[in-house]
Design a protein. Structure first.
Length: 227
């Protein structure tokens, strides 16, 4: 049994099953609160805690899935290309929105860490919470942060964005798909973009673009903070 559970395929199959369950729940109970990614994460945590499949065994397959984060992110460029005319017509508002979102993300995190006298290592780990994992890990390492804490902050931020963004868009009656996509992509990176894709083609494309632009802007600002 130990040899079987140590196979990378086990972690991959568990991830697929948990995500499949999340998709089925979403079909039966359509709501921002039933996001398949969030459900899958909760189920995987329960599996790791209450079964012989330890986190070390799960990661042998989970790390293989993680390898696909970067190529999947690049695929979003296709959706951006399809909306290139819209992007050309709104390049300045798009850039301004990404800049404002990046400043708000870094500023709020840095302000709270300073206010609560958080350790500099923890601060460096939390600051890149709103950019995609690949970029966040590089920035965290540059600032001397902890990789595990950074990944946790990125996932939690993305989950909150995926759940709250559709609710806020509806509550605030935000009808512009471009603005909605930029807001989600800047705050919720890849997980938020997955939620934006469910809202529409324009929202998904703009969210993917915002994720890329905010990653670049955040990287530049981060370098200024930790030079």
């Amino acid at each position: 049994m130990e040899a079987f559970l140590s196979l990378p395929a086990v972690g991959i199959v568990v991830s697929i099953i948990c995500f499949g369950i999340g998709c089925r729940i979403r079909e039966k109970l359509p709501s921002p609160l039933t996001n398949p990614l969030i459900i899958a994460n909760i189920l995987i945590i329960l599996v790791v805690i209450y079964t012989p499949l330890t986190i070390e065994r799960y990661r042998k397959g989970g790390d293989i899935i993680t390898m696909f984060i970067i190529p999947v992110t690049v695929i979003l460029a296709l959706r951006i290309y399809r909306q290139r005319e819209l992007l050309k017509a709104n390049i300045l508002p798009v850039f301004a929105g990404c800049l404002a979102g990046s400043l708000a993300s870094l500023g709020s995190a840095l302000g709270l860490c300073r206010l609560l006298a958080v350790d500099p290592v923890v601060t460096a780990s939390l600051l890149p919470k709103s950019v995609t994992t690949a970029i966040a890990l590089e920035l965290s390492a540059r600032g001397g942060g902890l990789a595990g804490l950074t990944i946790t902050a990125v996932i939690v931020t993305g989950m909150f964005s995926a759940v709250l963004s559709p609710l806020l868009i509806k509550t605030l009656r935000l009808k512009d798909p471009l603005a909605a996509g930029i807001a989600i992509g800047t705050s919720g990176h890849a997980i938020g973009t997955a939620a934006a894709l469910e809202l529409g083609e324009v929202e998904g494309a703009m969210s993917g673009l915002a994720m890329a632009l905010s990653g670049i802007i955040t990287s530049l600002l981060f370098v200024l903070l930790f030079r």
